[in-house]
Design a binder for this molecule. Structure first.
Ligand SMILES: [Zn+2]
Length: 201
């Protein structure tokens, strides 16, 4: 039998499933909650339920929104002719921090990874294809990795016959480095120095 109270273990178990939180941190959160005033704990629980009830994916780009469509898709001052394709919403936040991009985004919702059973149909390529009518450039902002490269290869293939320039972020971003953890200046530089992806037609 464990000497740790069941409720603490329970929270520990639940929170250890969160990204970046191991069993030890999860228990630490549980201890912290134990000493947090009841009203504050209710506020936290309510905030989590609120998030679940209110935040959804934008039907156009898949970024997060509490409205019908996201603030970026709604912004008429942004250039509809350039779409930056990213893996997830965290990448949009990272790129927005750099304040150097004024186009739109498309969040794929993951990367192609046959080993994990993730194929092209599991990602929103269809949504992207529907948006390409007036698009002149697609910027690929996907972290280099086997899965990333496979995804970019597939993306190239499906837009091959369209008259759209496909560019890659310049490699200021460390290999295997996450956009999320890259500073604003490096992202801005990588956007500015983006290069066209060579395609074999
Ligand atoms: Zn959107």
């Amino acid at each position: 039998m464990s000497n740790i109270p069941k409720s603490i273990e329970n929270i520990g178990e639940l929170f250890s499933k969160f990204p970046g939180i191991g069993r030890k941190s999860a228990r630490r959160i549980a201890f912290h909650l134990m000493d947090t005033p009841r009203e504050k704990v209710i506020e936290i629980a309510k905030a989590i339920i609120d998030l679940k009830d209110k935040v959804k994916h934008c039907p156009i780009c898949n970024y997060m929104t509490e409205d019908e469509k996201c603030s970026i898709c709604s912004d008429t001052k942004r250039d509809e002719g350039i779409i930056c394709v990213v893996e997830d919403s965290m990448d949009v936040i990272a790129l927005e921090k750099s304040v150097s991009f004024n186009g739109k985004y498309h969040v794929l919702g993951g990367l192609i990874s046959p080993l994990d059973g993730v194929g092209p149909d599991d990602l929103d390529f269809d949504g992207l294809l529907k948006r390409l009518d007036n698009v002149k450039e697609i910027i690929v902002a996907i972290n280099p990795s086997i899965e990333g490269d496979t995804t970019v290869y597939y993306l190239n293939k499906i837009v091959k016959n369209k008259n759209i320039k496909i560019t890659n972020l310049a490699r200021g971003i460390p290999i295997g480095g996450d956009l999320e953890f890259t500073d604003e200046a490096t992202i801005a530089k990588a956007l500015e120095n983006r290069t066209e992806i060579k395609r074999d037609n």
